[in-house]
Design a protein around this ligand. Sequence first.
Ligand code: F6P
Length: 539
Amino acid sequence: MSLPNINPTTTNSWKKLQEHFNQVNNMHMKDLFAQDSERANKFTIKWDDFYVDFSKNRITEETFKYLLELANEVKLKEAIESQFSGEKINQTEGRSVLHTALRAKKDAEFYVDGVNVIPEIYQVKHKIESFTNEVVNGDRKGFTGKPFTDIVNIGIGGSDLGPAMVVESLQYYKNHLTTHFVSNVDGDHVNEVIKKLNPETTLFVVVSKTFTTQETLSNANTIKDWFLKLATEDAIAKHFVAVSTNIESVKNFGIDQNNIFPMWDWVGGRFSLWSAVGLSISLAVGYDNFDSLLKGANKMDEHFKNEDFKTNIPVVLALISVWYNNFFKAESEAVIGYSQYLNQFATYLQQGIMESNGKSVDRNGDAIDYQTGTLIWGEPGTNSQHAFFQLIHQGTKLIPADFIGFVKSLHGNKNHQDKLISNFLAQTEALLNGKTKQEVIDEGTSKEIIPFKVFKGNKPTNTIFINKLTPKSLGKLIAMYEHKIFVQGIIWNIFSYDQFGVELGKQLASKILKEFNSDKITNHESSTNNLLEYYKKLR
Ligand code: F6P
């Protein structure tokens, strides 16, 4: 069975939403709150340690009803079942999509081509666990007999962003090992990292699903060459491990068979941090914390799979986002984490959301005439308040935003936490209410300045309030966005799990690389010819 194939714009609910939009698009959320004292309760989902308030959106009960109808009309329930049951819903690559299996319980069953993959997943998890314990406890040693002090994750895209974001987010839970990430093919990146390292005490984790990625192989080779200037060939077995589906190429690179952590083609790169791709997470925070991260994600999976759509957090967030994207024509969404630990969260989501849903052809291969993937961006609050919030408050663009906050701070500084959370709450209130001309006048503002101090308000936000940032709650949060991506892909009738759009640039880059040593370049259009010649002359 394949995914449903329904053009959302042909559904009854879409048509109802369009008509409804024409009636309500000018309404102010302030009025909606004034008319219904129960509004916040109606549009809040309390689940586990999550409190998700989506009442500060430009929706009414009618909007919500039609959005839920849309989910049913595009056969979302069936699509969810197809994904979880291991059907090859990544049709363009002929693959199942089973990152959810990676965090499933040991007695679960997930089938790929008739084979339950859970036992294999647990074998790899045990390997991650024992390897982590050996490194963290100092039982595994480098070539001069010293325990490891530093870990370097060498990877890019999904083989970098997920682990890097989680290690940053769970900094509080970190052990004594220092973790570094090398991703960019920019040699200055790898050199900046190398200069801090002692080869005797550094472990290198080369992560590449395909083991063909230019950036990762270049960085891994540069690091290997540097390492071999200071150590002998047999030391590689002690210092280099790899995570990949391409076992042969890993061996050809010179990595010991025992140091290979397998992954599978039914795990998409941007959804892979739950697999051995998360080895650097496990090393950084310990296996138990890594396992808690997985358990949290599994809890969100169960919620997503079983909960009614109207109280299903990823479904509701996805539907609201479609409302803005396709009816209000909002171009982008912001994600603002009120925690410095979430510093890299938006960057991580950029790949998840934009690589998955940045598509313009539907599941029939036909060009589509409605908007798909949103642009995603963000920085932590309160820093972002002093950077780009001006535009969200008073600019001309509609930017729906997710506000993510944690009730408790990790270091327990109540004074700072109260200030942080007062900002977290104040911003969504300010975005909702704005400030009227009368309020500006009442503040005693001089007449000529009044227009500049008026805020229209009516700017939508979701508040995702979580008790505490723990490995488990982070797992739930990441999985929540993964499922939101899936729901939106289903509604937009696109394939969310391929990424052919990144190939063309890669192919041209390898062609251009060969041309740097050739004579006069004339085979491109004049702009690229000129730029190439310019570089050749000055490099
Ligand atoms: O950018 C394209 C992409 O294929 C991503 O989807 C992936 O996460 C990244 O490259 C890295 O790929 P690999 O893990 O195979 O090196």
